[in-house]
Design a protein around this ligand. Structure first.
Ligand code: CNA
Length: 309
C-alpha cells in the first residue's frame, strides 16, 4: 500500500540527493562458511580486499532463487560509456559547452521543448558510444543468474540495451528510463518513426519535429518530468514482494522513483550494493546490507569464482 502511494506521487522522473554509506552486516554474515567457498581457488581470486564479504555474498546467491537486480550507469562504465555523476569523467561535469542552466536540464522534458539543441548535440555523441559498446562482465554475470534460474528481474536505469545484448531474455529486463528503439513527441506524445528521428539527429544534426503538433520529438528515453514506462509500475510491487535477495550495481541512487526500489524490499531481505562509492539504500530497518566497494566487474569476477560458475 505504501509502495503504491509512493509510486503514485513519484512516478515522474525526479532528481534526489544522496551521499552516504549504509552498511549493517551482522557478525553472523561476516564469516566464510559459504558452501561455494569450498570451491575457491585462491590463486585465481588473488588479493581482493572484499574477499570475506564476497564469500558471504556468494553464499547468499547460492541460497537464493528470486534475485532482484537494480543497475545504473556504473555497470556500463567498463564498456566505455561514461556515467553521469563520477567527478571529472561523468557526463554532468562535461556539459559546459551547452551553457545549460543546470546539468540535468539536458534531460528535462520542459527544457527540451524550449531548447532541444543541447540534447540533440549530446545525443549524437551518446548514441555513437552506445552503439560501439559491448556488454561488460557484470552484464554476463546477470545472464549467468538467469541461466541458473535465479534471476527474478533486472530493473535497469540504463538506456544502452546491454543487458539484452548480453543474451538476457527481454522479459527479465525492465528498462526503467526507456530506450532508443522508439520515439515520440515531447508534448502530445504521438509516436514518431524512430528511423527518421535518428536520421534527423545523427545525420543531419536537426531537431525532429512532430507532424501532429509541431513540438520537438525525442527518442523514448525517459526525461526528468516524464512518467516512467507503464511496465515499471505494473511490475515493481509484485517483484519487490517476491524477491529473496537484492543486488544493486553501479548507481548513485539519485533518481526517483527507481532510487526507492531498495527500500521497497522487505527489511529481512539481504541487499548488496556493488559500487565505487558508498550510497544510502534507504530504510534503516534493513539489517542485512552489504557494501562491496570498487569496480563491479572486479568484484563480480570474484563472486563467479567463489560460486564455481
Ligand atoms: P550516476 O549518478 O552517474 O552514478 C553512477 C554510480 O556508479 C556512481 O556512484 C559511481 O561511483 C558508480 N560507478 C561508476 N563506475 C563504476 C564501476 N565500474 N563499478 C561500480 N560502480 C561504478 O548514474 P545512475 O545510473 O545512478 O543515474 C541514473 C541515470 C544515469 C539514468 O537515468 C540513466 O539513464 C543514466 N545513464 C545511463 C547510462 C547508460 O545507459 N549506460 C550512462 C550514463 C547515464
Amino acid at each position: 500500500m505504501l509502495k503504491a502511494f509512493l509510486l503514485f506521487f513519484l512516478l515522474p522522473l525526479l532528481h534526489v540527493s544522496r551521499c552516504f554509506c549504509h552498511e549493517s552486516v551482522p557478525p553472523s554474515e561476516r564469516d566464510s562458511s559459504c558452501p561455494a567457498s569450498s570451491r575457491i581457488n585462491h590463486d585465481d581470486i588473488g588479493e581482493n580486499p572484499n574477499l570475506k564479504k564476497l564469500e558471504s555474498v556468494a553464499r547468499l546467491i547460492d541460497e537464493s532463487q528470486r534475485i532482484l537486480v537494480l543497475t545504473g550507469a556504473g555497470t556500463s562504465v567498463a564498456a566505455g560509456i561514461p556515467d553521469f555523476r563520477s567527478p571529472g569523467i561523468g557526463l554532468y561535469d562535461n556539459l559546459a559547452k551547452y551553457k545549460l542552466p543546470y546539468a540535468e536540464a539536458v534531460f528535462d522534458v520542459n527544457y527540451y521543448r524550449e531548447n532541444p539543441y543541447p540534447f540533440v548535440a549530446l545525443c549524437r555523441d551518446m548514441y555513437l558510444a552506445l552503439n560501439k559498446a559491448q556488454p561488460t562482465l557484470t552484464h554476463y554475470f546477470l545472464k549467468a543468474l538467469e541461466n541458473h534460474n535465479k534471476l527474478l528481474r533486472i530493473y535497469t536505469q540504463n538506456i544502452d540495451g546491454l543487458d539484452v545484448r548480453a543474451g538476457i531474455s527481454p522479459r527479465k529486463v525492465i528498462e526503467c528510463h526507456g530506450h532508443f528503439r522508439t520515439a515520440s513527441c515531447s508534448k502530445c506524445w504521438k509516436a514518431a518513426p524512430i528511423d527518421s528521428v535518428l536520421k534527423a539527429i545523427l545525420e543531419d544534426g536537426q531537431v525532429p519535429i512532430c507532424e501532429a503538433c509541431g513540438n520537438p520529438v525525442k527518442p523514448d528515453i525517459t526525461f526528468f518530468g516524464q512518467a516512467l514506462p507503464a511496465i515499471f509500475s505494473d511490475n515493481i510491487e509484485p517483484d519487490t514482494d517476491k524477491a529473496d535477495l537484492l543486488l544493486v550495481f553501479g548507481t548513485s541512487l539519485n533518481v526517483a522513483p527507481v532510487s526507492l526500489i531498495p527500500s521497497f524490499v522487505d527489511p529481512d531481505i539481504p541487499r548488496v550494493l556493488f559500487n565505487r562509492d558508498p550510497v544510502d539504500m534507504g530504510n534503516a530497518k534493513h539489517q542485512r546490507d552489504f557494501f562491496v566497494e570498487g569496480d563491479c566487474d572486479t568484484n563480480v569476477r570474484t563472486v563467479v569464482e567463489l560460486l564455481g560458475w
